[in-house]
Write a protein that binds this ligand. Sequence first.
Ligand code: DOR
Length: 450
Amino acid sequence: MNECVILHDVRVIDPGSGTDSVRDLCILDGVLLNVLPDGRDGCVHVDGRGLVASPSFIDLHCHLRQPGSEDKETVRTGTMAAAAGGFGTVCCMPNTRPPMDTAANVRALLDIVRTDAVVEVLPFGTVTVGRLGREVADLEGLAVAGVVGFSDDGDYVLDSVVMRDALERAAELQLPVIDHAQDGGLVMGGVMNEGEVSTLLGVPGMPPAAEELAVCRDIALARTTGAHVHIAHITTGRAVEMVRRAQDEGLKVTAEATPHHMVLTDECAIIVEGQNGERGFNNQAKVNPPLRNSADAMAVARGLADGVISAIATDHAPHTVGNKQGSPESAAFGISGFETALGLVLKRYHEGVVSLPRLVHALTCGGAGILRLPDSRVSFPDDSLVNLTLFDPDYEWTVDSAHFLSKGKNTPVDGWTLRGKVLATFIAGKCVHVDEALRSRCTGGDITSQ
Ligand code: DOR
């Protein structure tokens, strides 16, 4: 274990206190010191020039698959992948087997988390029993067991009476409801965004209207109940505008964007196959909600830039190789997202669409604000156990999913060159990930993860 790490000349973006400056940081026995120890021997010195240090990232939305689908991911592998992506805190969705619809199920998950997780894990409970959309789950019992909000993610709560009842109860508990906003009937059987590309490929589409109808209803219910409705993985420009208007009205409506919906488009779903160069559908790009067209992806990125969308969330959704094979209709929805999240969102920074401090804010304060975590989690208070992500916004690397720490190798960006990489992640004073690329910047020893 390293006792003393000094990051020299690193750009410290501290969104909690709104500061952004180049300085030295010292981590001694996991505690952040603002005054460097005098002439101490045995420190690891890191050349931090060109690097950024921020509070470790918070992911509001991921799938760790345990219990029930350990062939896709476990708490252990998922949180190792999260650490590699710079995330010190992740919120896991309740579509496990069994789902997190009872306090007992949540307690059993938290027992696994205590022994196996390498980063902080905060669970969501379901909105409805069995995620079936019929009967509201025991939200009060789930809250006592430790959930940080409720979601039937993967499915929309179609019945408005059930949703209103759930929102009223969630409001009493002062917890958010995370809304998978896709009108079920309209997306039934769909594989990708409904538009020119789905027509070209001849596969069933999922219309943007499915999201916009769902967002519209849930904003109306947020108004009726006073509850906090959080729109998960928003994808359309019109949905972003609805959220903006709801916020202008003073409603408790927030939204998150995934790296893939901010950057990728439905054209990623085109693959050229066979000797005749026929175009087919790339199952790796199958995700729910679907990748939209470039105008929508840009509208989401701009919504993130101007703050209507407060958080970046990965929707890390690992699957086995087999789950992603087969016909477009039978392949599973989802992208393994932890390890490419930063490299993808930085694309919008390198294009000049979003500033670096704004991206860092969305990766940290965004989630913290929605979960109402203490300000100290997204800042660098003196003499406290450090939560820190160190990254190089310019480091170029080629995605090779075979090297993912996640069991899920499913990504449409395999083989892509991304610019920007996480070099180290600390949570609660522990270094939980170090990238090989950091070694050449270290003198006096190496930083090692614990
Ligand atoms: O693409 C997705 N995959 N979207 C979801 O909402 C669920 C997720 C999963 O669990 O695989």
